[in-house]
Design a protein around this ligand. Structure first.
Ligand SMILES: Nc1ncnc2c1ncn2[C@@H]1O[C@H](COP(=O)(O)OP(=O)(O)OP(=O)(O)O)[C@@H](O)[C@H]1O
Ligand SMILES: [Mg+2]
Length: 243
């Protein structure tokens, strides 16, 4: 099932996010400073660490809002570079390796080439892969699996990520790419999130002339399939291919 997102109320969102950005980063800085001012007892240390985690989450939320607003407003062409999807996958797994270990997940790769290069914005495509890998880990169950396959099919690279996690009820599937949507199936399990990750993913995929679809079975797992165009052949290559 695929779905297109509605435009966000960007001006208010952007204003609010900007106004909150500085106080939140100041609060985070102060919390970091407290940590460096001297010995804290165990309980103080625990509270402070929780506080820092909350500030980090708020800062991430603000950044996601600003990024969504920027993508909604900005119709300038993307500055594109060759990007390796397999490198993004490995970087994303590195970022979330602590949770992969904690849940004892098995991650399987099926890559049909070493780099799988597409043309795109490295920062935005890394964000897409981080979100999809992040969800596959976050919504997975202990001892679960994640399969990531990347292969060239005609003019596209197909990126497929399949997890063995909690799944998404069928009636929620059309909404998962909407900003702020979170399934009750996830909320009931007290899994944290803001519901912005997939909205960003879909915007970025559209900007790269790609597509993304989702399918899922509750308590069995979820699969996202993203297709991104292969880079145009350079004139030299097209000559040699036509020869
Ligand atoms: N792999 C998955 N397995 C199960 N549910 C998922 C999966 N990916 C997304 N979802 C559901 O779709 C909702 C939207 O996902 P999205 O990534 O946009 O937000 P989030 O994970 O809640 O928060 P964040 O903004 O931190 O990513 C989730 O809240 C969850 O209900
Ligand atoms: Mg997410």
């Amino acid at each position: 099932m695929s779905s297109r997102t509605q435009p966000l109320e960007t001006d208010y969102m952007r204003l609010m996010a900007h106004e909150l950005k500085i106080p939140i980063s100041s609060a985070k800085m102060l919390a970091d400073l407290v940590q460096s001012t001297g010995e804290l007892n165990n309980q103080q240390q625990q509270y402070l660490e929780k506080m820092i985690t909350v500030f980090d989450r708020m800062a991430q939320f603000i950044n996601d809002i600003l990024e969504l607003a920027r993508l909604d407003k900005n119709h300038e062409p993307l500055e594109v570079l060759p990007c390796s999807l397999t490198v993004f996958v490995k970087d994303a797994e590195e970022l979330i390796s602590a949770m992969i270990q904690e849940k004892n997940l098995t991650v399987v790769h099926e890559f049909d080439s070493e780099l799988s290069v597409v043309e795109g914005s490295p920062q935005l495509l890394a964000l897409v892969v981080n979100n999809l890998v992040g969800n596959a880990v976050k919504y997975n169950v202990a001892n679960g699996t994640i399969k990531i396959a990347i292969k060239a099919i005609e003019n596209f690279y197909q990126f497929r990520i399949e997890d063995s996690g909690i799944g998404i009820p069928q009636e929620d599937l059309p909404s998962v790419f909407q900003p702020f949507f979170r399934s009750n199936h996830a909320k009931r399990r007290r899994i944290e999130g803001t519901g912005l990750g997939l909205a960003l993913v879909q915007r970025v995929v559209e900007l790269h002339h790609g597509t993304i679809t989702v399918s899922s079975v509750v308590n069995q797992g979820t699969t996202f399939v993203m297709s991104l165009p292969l880079p145009n052949p350079t004139p030299d290559q097209s000559v040699s291919m036509n020869a």
